[in-house]
Design a protein around this ligand. Sequence first.
Ligand code: UD1
Ligand code: CA
Length: 469
Amino acid sequence: MSLQAYTQVNSPVLLMMLEVIVLAAGQGTRMRSDLPKVMHGLGGKPLLAHVLERARELSPSTIHVVYGHGAEQVRESFAGDDLHWVLQAQQQGTAHAVLQALPAVAPDAVALVLYGDVPLIAVATLRAMVDAAATDALALLTTELDDATGYGRIIRDGEKRVTKIVEQKDATADELAVAEINAGLLAAPAHRLRAWLARIGNDNAQGEFYLTDVVAVANQDATAIVTCHPQSYWEIMGVNSKVELARLERRLQQQHAQALMDSGVTLLDPARFDLRGQLQAGRDVVIDVNVVLEGSVVVGNGVHIGPNNFIRNTSIGDGSIVLANCVIEDAIVGRNCRIGPFSRLRPGPELADGVQIGNFVELKKSRVGTGSKINHLSYVGDTIVGKNVNIGAGTITCNYDGANKHQTVIGDNAFIGSDTQLVAPVTVGAGATIGAGSTITKDTPSGELTLSRAPQRTHRGWKRPVKSK
Ligand code: UD1
Ligand code: CA
């Protein structure tokens, strides 16, 4: 048991260890994909990652993942000392899946069974189930649905006690009319689960070993059966198709948007905002429509992000503005900078305070000093730009000779005229001026004007050719 679990002294689960079993072996035929179902992305990470995150919040001693379809791909994508991988080579039903994991579960632990394709389950709901199971009961997760089609139905007796669960395919007309459904997740003392599963057969419409049959067996043992309920129906929604995946994505994005707005972020349209990772935002942050944030994004106070921006793993300092249509990756942006519209920051740029990066400017692995401006149509790669530098329109750092990358250094207060090529490795001295249209191949001295430009000529009296008849 983890230290954290020990210190939660009020919870009855303390008396027992918790082990989680995640069922993730299903094929997911209806996804119509070569990717294993639990590897499909939701909010920027695989479905299974969401479930593992929820499980870890309960501080279990071990998380057993029952995997099968796409076995190696699933296993290789997840790391963790707390993960125990259990191969279910043939998927013979949910009971069979749990049985594969149970030999490795401590008999005196509570076993909590989760589904790898049910990603939005809330920790509070799981806690209630674990607490119930810790009183030596079988805890089920149920809810009432207007349309229960496809789900196992919860059958109760005259005293409202759960007597069994029937699967859709095995149900009578009366049973099909029941609105209370089985979400599938359950919790029970591991030694009981093991004893019940040993008594389950596969004599049913699908010829599978049904985990749901533990209910009838637990009743024979007179074990208490407790039903827990989710706060919201979304918690129990599984992903079986691309349509369901898209629905859960929208739901997750709504949750992100809601949490950000609650924390003071202005989202001009919460329905057109996508966070595929984490956003840490200061006060008075404004985010316009169609912004996609990936990985870890940190924005300071007063940052404005215009429409149609893609930003990944980036921090943006107080008061900076990102105008429309930029792509910004792995960047560090200082305070009071102005980026865009249409800027591309490829991985690695570091902008000091007050930097301006304008339209159709591409930066790659470059540092730009305080107050410097690269406002139009430029490529600046592998470059160190000093303070208060002005880089004119159409400046290109020629950083690649076809085999290797080379560095350009531009000193403080330099002025690079428009349409200049800086052939790296090259250094422009501090305060130097480069005349427009130059191709600079050698270091240029500080404080001087350098240019390489053919003299301008005029051919007096020259006539344009005319089309011959
Ligand atoms: C199951 C329940 C049903 C419940 C429904 C909720 C049973 C018999 N039925 O039905 O009562 O209403 O979930 O969605 O449990 N899996 C394996 N190995 C297997 C079979 C399944 O790992 O051999 C995994 C699947 O990947 C999935 C989960 O177990 O994550 C549930 O399996 P699924 O086939 O979707 O169960 P349902 O038939 O939907
Ligand atoms: Ca299912």
